[in-house]
Write a protein that binds this ligand. Structure first.
Ligand code: FAD
Length: 391
């Protein structure tokens, strides 16, 4: 059992079924993902077939209803899936898979009509089609209500014009759940539409070169007079902003769970190194200063897990958890950066070398305080609750 496991095994949030699920995801990751992760990172992309393989195993539809090919489980399983997938040695691959299975497809589940769900969800859950989530624009990131991409009704079609940026799975998505402006200024004018990428007028701009997460593609997208059937609108006009805000709770949980998984990996790597490396005639693990720093790392990991698991539990019961998911995301995304720094430091010069996983993870985790809502936005959510409580 890895060092980081000992605490989670006694966690009251998980029962035997959860542990069986965790063990099957872990076996899959170790056998079918980890051996290829370095190659995918070098190539800057992973094979499309991984989507179908992960779909076959049911991991793209954990929370989706059984009638559309999903498994009908809850956020506790999503949390486990994220913690385990991200330990494959390629954070980018895990992120891109979860964008499909949770972030982009959840909007279809939440807002889609019966017909839309039957038409789109089975192929997405099976991994036969790749899905992206298109919200961020060059001039609207944190402020989703400021998006400018328009969808103007013309007969039975919406005509879409505008651009998106930083879109995960963007270079090869078959569909995008796209935030568009169908009405006037502000949040009430925002809608979501299912956008097929074979629509004339659509183009993928640059594949963006990132600091980390290299195996996961991220792109700029352009929409120039794209005609999409009115039937692709998800929910009523103007329902997009509220749906996006609600679904962000799940997205933030996913990021928090990823952070927990990476922290566990980094802690284990650091502890193992401390056992192996001799300095001044003793193991690093026997130096009190490092024993204490490892204890601090473990405490940060455990605190992150507790916030994440309790937010997951709340979402699993159907409760709103915007405050709790914001806290879990805020704390875990900052903790993982701290732990990455410590894990690199314990390796001395080796930690700075690209041959070492700790070097890659250090760069990968920097996006965690930005994606799915920045730390500043998380604090705004938490502070908003406090202000309402205190009047
Ligand atoms: C690797 C990666 C993948 C991504 N994938 C996707 C994707 O698939 N789909 C998608 O739609 N988007 C995606 N994004 C975009 C991401 O959601 C945005 O980058 C994020 O929401 C922040 O928006 P921004 O970059 O425009 O920063 P801005 O909103 O311009 O913020 C700049 C700075 O100002 C701060 N700030 C903003 N508002 C406030 C405030 N009210 N008070 C205090 N400070 C504030 C921010 O915290 C930040 O520090 C991705 C981003 C990254 C890095």
């Amino acid at each position: 059992m890895a060092q980081s496991e000992q605490v989670s095994r006694s966690n009251p949030y998980f029962d035997q079924d959860h542990e069986i699920f965790r063990s099957s995801v872990r076996t899959f990751v170790q056998k079918e993902m980890t051996p290829h992760a370095d190659e995918w990172e070098r190539q800057g992309i992973f094979p499309r077939e991984l989507f179908t393989r992960v779909g076959e195993l049911g991991y793209l539809g954990v929370r989706h209803p059984v009638e559309y090919g999903g498994t009908g489980l809850d956020y506790m399983y999503t949390t486990i899936l994220c913690e385990e997938l991200v330990r494959c040695r390629s954070v980018g691959v895990a992120v891109n898979l979860m964008v499909q299975s949770e972030l982009a497809s959840s909007i279809i589940s939440a807002l889609g009509s019966e017909e839309q769900k039957r038409r789109f969800l089975p192929d997405v859950i099976a991994g036969k089609k790749i899905l992206a989530l298109g919200i961020t624009e060059p001039s609207a990131g944190s402020n989703v209500a400021a998006i400018k991409t328009t969808a103007r009704l013309d007969g039975d079609d919406y005509v879409i014009d505008g651009s998106k940026t930083f879109i995960t799975n963007g270079t090869r998505a078959d569909y995008i759940t796209l935030a568009v402006r169908t009405g006037g200024k502000g949040s009430d004018g925002v809608s979501t539409i299912l956008f097929p990428t074979d629509t004339p007028g659509f183009s993928v701009g640059r594949k963006l070169e990132k600091m980390g997460n290299h195996a996961g593609d991220t792109a700029e997208l352009f929409f120039d007079g794209c005609r999409v059937p009115r039937a692709n609108l998800l929910g009523p006009e103007g329902a997009g902003f509220k749906a996006i805000m609600t679904l962000f709770e799940g997205e933030r949980l996913v990021l928090a769970a990823f952070a927990c998984g990476i922290m566990a990996e980094l802690y284990d790597i650091a502890y193992q190194y401390a056992l192996e490396r001799q300095v001044f005639g003793q193991r690093i693990a026997d130096i009190q200063l490092w024993r204490h720093r490892l204890a601090d790392m473990e405490t940060l990991l455990e605190a992150s897990r507790q916030l994440t698991y309790s937010a997951a539990y709340m979402l699993s019961t159907g409760a709103r958890a915007d405050r709790e998911t914001a806290m879990a995301k805020l704390f875990s995304s900052q903790a993982v950066k701290k732990i990455a720094d410590e894990a690199l430091q314990i390796h001395g010069g080796y930690g700075y070398m690209e041959d070492y996983l700790v070097c890659r993870l250090y760069l990968d985790v920097d996006a965690f305080t930005i994606g799915a809502g920045t730390s500043e936005v998380m604090r705004e959510i938490i502070a908003g609750h406090a202000a309402r409580r205190h009047g």
